[in-house]
Design a protein around this ligand. Structure first.
Ligand SMILES: [Zn+2]
Length: 324
């Protein structure tokens, strides 16, 4: 395997391999091994050999974001308790995006929102913004978001069926770390925005405390699906380089940060990974696995608060707008 030649975030050539021979710990989609490199200038990390686009689909299990394909199974697998838990832990997303929407409404803007990579739509439901459209590459995700009463579109930013200037807000959570190069994606978002439109974007923060503690086992790297691992600083820098200015930032995320820790230490307990490997969604074994995972997640909450308070949270959510 050849080494990396330059940083995909800042272009520096001072890069070196940080961890060698990592595999897909979560979904076991491949036996291949991957190296993670680090940039000495901006501290971003990235797959040392970023696979070509046509190979990437093979690293995603079927129904990556949306759970089991069959909708009856889907409802059963999620269950009422799981749904309640999800809407509880989504409160950081809802608060952050809700604030952006409220400010737009206050300015008299007719809010139209697009959630890119919407998954099963649980965020849109928790947010309750009925103008929102969910877009996902996965058809089962589109069905799931429609079942929640939202418009769902199957597509990607490069081939989506909306006219330029359609939306006042484009959101994408845990999406940009899966794409390379990021420039055309950010440009596509800009084109979809009205002149006064805004984005809310979230990625894992490779400069977080848990990444330091857990090293190569930190789940934020999610090899080989995460191609580029930004730090909060290098993510901000990337947005600025591509013509955005940052309005607000948040590093505490109840849904993602404690679970990133839990998945790092016990990848086999992560519920979607268990289902992806053919595990059963119900039964005593599943209940024990779910409770164990929940226990580790709860135990990781103080760490999540602490690292966010130190400016080293495990994810970074940014509210930004194109520079005018
Ligand atoms: Zn760099």
């Amino acid at each position: 395997m050849s080494g990396p030649s330059c940083c995909p975030v800042c272009g520096a050539t001072d890069v070196r391999v940080r961890w060698r021979s990592l595999g897909d710990r979560l979904f076991r989609t491949t036996e291949e091994r991957f190296d993670i490199a680090e940039c000495a200038r901006c501290s971003s990390r990235f797959l040392a050999d970023i696979p070509p686009l046509e190979r990437l689909a093979a690293y995603y299990p079927k129904d990556y974001w949306a759970g089991p394909t069959d909708q009856a199974d889907h409802a059963q697998a999620q269950g009422g308790l799981m749904e309640a838990y999800r809407s509880f832990v989504l409160r950081d997303h809802v608060r952050f995006v809700g604030r952006a929407i409220a400010a737009q409404k206050q300015r008299g803007i007719d809010v139209r929102m697009l959630d890119v990579g919407c998954g099963d739509g649980s965020f849109l439901q928790a947010l309750g913004e009925r103008s929102a459209i969910g877009m996902d590459f996965s058809m089962s995700a589109v069905w799931a978001v429609r079942a929640r009463g939202f418009q769902g579109i199957r597509g990607t930013l490069s081939d989506c069926p909306f006219a330029d200037g359609t939306f006042s807000l484009v959101t994408a959570f845990h999406f940009l770390e899966h794409v390379h190069p990021v420039g055309p994606i950010l440009d596509a978002m800009k084109r979809l925005l009205r002149p006064d439109g805004e984005v809310v974007l979230q990625v894992p923060n490779a400069a977080c405390l848990q990444a330091k503690l857990l090293g190569r086992y930190w789940h934020g790297y999610d090899v080989p699906r995460h191609l580029v691992d930004y730090t909060a600083d290098s993510f901000r820098m990337t947005l600025e380089k591509h013509g955005f200015e940052v309005i607000a930032e948040n590093q505490h995320c109840m849904r993602d940060n404690p679970t990133t820790f839990a998945t790092s230490v016990a990848p086999g307990l992560f519920p979607p990974a268990r289902l992806g490997r053919g595990g059963k969604p119900t039964g005593i074994g599943a209940a024990i696995a779910n409770l164990s995972y929940l226990g580790i997640t709860l135990a990781a909450m103080p760490l999540s608060w602490l690292e966010a308070a130190m400016g080293r949270g495990a994810s970074v959510m940014v509210h930004a707008r194109p520079k005018r």
